[in-house]
Design a protein around this ligand. Structure first.
Ligand SMILES: C[S@@+](CC[C@H](N)C(=O)[O-])C[C@H]1O[C@@H](n2cnc3c(N)ncnc32)[C@H](O)[C@@H]1O
Length: 306
């Protein structure tokens, strides 16, 4: 019976023109694709965005600790990149009077955040934006809160270093930033919280002046996140930069040199503002022995974001 039906169908097919046969094959192909097409549109109509990290809220105790670690005050603008139900920026606003911006790709989370901010009475301090965190302008943040995944932190790291001002504090719940060493690690409820401070860019060649140095002196610096290396040339001598570190725009390093057979240790401390460093030089007793100033050849600076 089946053979008979198939045979009849084949006979009818042969009777059709080649163009009509082609049209039938194309139609069958499109029908076969229909389930995938339907799936895609269902996803769209359900408004399910492609999240980099699924939703999981930070506990209230850990949220409190994140605010404490970043020392959030009313002078701060706190961003939570992937803000979930908005709890971190809402607590920052409620308990510390900080302004806040929560960003989440999931519209349901943004709706929840707005409702929660209303219930907490902080809508005048906080703002919630439905947006991909990688597309968000974060340049006015003074504090960044993160509860993402390790690989997402790594993907975000260049943006943080490029767009945030030196001194901006970052607290990451559970995950590190690869080889960017944190300023501190704190364990709460079995979870690690990592604290980072965005460093200024100290790279390049600086011309130094200061009464304690043979003039002109020059300082060449390279930098990996907040750690700096390099050398200082003063007169005929060249001395390695030791224990070099940045904390935001504050810079410090040690120079050792022999002066008439005696080792002289000098701690250079200063503040970087663009292409100028102004600071003081201390001796090993911690007494200030002179002021120093350095001016960078702007063309020698290299980007620190990687
Ligand atoms: C682990 S939850 C953290 C929620 C909140 N920060 C907290 O600590 O309670 C991660 C959040 O990131 C959001 N998310 C994931 N990928 C995102 C992206 N590319 N842009 C913005 N938000 C994203 C998710 O919707 C989710 O709400």
């Amino acid at each position: 019976m089946i053979n008979k039906i198939c045979g009849e169908a084949m006979k009818k097919m042969r009777m059709l023109s080649t163009a009509t046969q082609g049209a039938i094959i194309l139609f069958a192909f499109l029908v076969a694709l229909l389930p995938w097409g339907c799936q895609a549109s269902v996803q769209q109509t359900q408004g399910k965005p492609a999240l980099d990290v699924p939703y999981e809220p930070t506990s209230n105790t850990i949220t409190q600790e994140m605010l404490r670690i970043a020392n959030v005050t009313s002078a701060d603008v706190v961003y939570d990149l992937g803000c979930g139900d908005g709890r971190i920026v809402i607590m920052a606003a409620k308990e510390r009077k900080a302004r806040g911006v929560g960003v989440d790709l999931d519209p349901a989370r943004i709706r929840e955040s707005k409702e929660n901010a209303k219930s907490a009475g902080v809508t005048h301090l906080v703002q919630f934006i439905e947006q991909n965190l990688f597309d968000t302008n974060i340049s006015d943040a003074t504090v960044i809160m993160l509860y993402l995944w390790p690989e997402v932190n790594l993907k975000l790291r260049p943006k943080l270093l490029r767009e945030l001002r030196p001194g901006t504090r970052i607290v990451s719940h559970s995950h590190t930033m690869g080889d960017w060493k944190p300023e501190s690690e704190t364990k709460v409820e079995g979870h690690y919280l990592y604290f980072f401070i965005v460093p200024a860019n100290s790279t390049g060649t600086w011309r130094l002046t200061g009464p304690d140095l043979s003039n002109p002196a020059s300082l060449r610096l390279t930098q990996k996140f907040q750690m700096i290396q390099g050398s200082m040339s003063s007169g005929p001598g060249a001395y390695p930069v030791m224990n070099g570190r940045l904390k935001g725009s504050s810079i410090r390093f040690v120079i050792e040199r022999m002066v008439q057979g005696v080792k002289e240790i000098r701690l250079f401390e200063g503040n970087i503002s663009g292409n100028v460093i102004v600071g003081t030089v201390k001796n090993q007793m911690g007494n200030t022995v002179s002021a120093w100033k350095a001016i960078r050849d702007a063309a020698t600076a290299v980007p620190i974001a990687e």
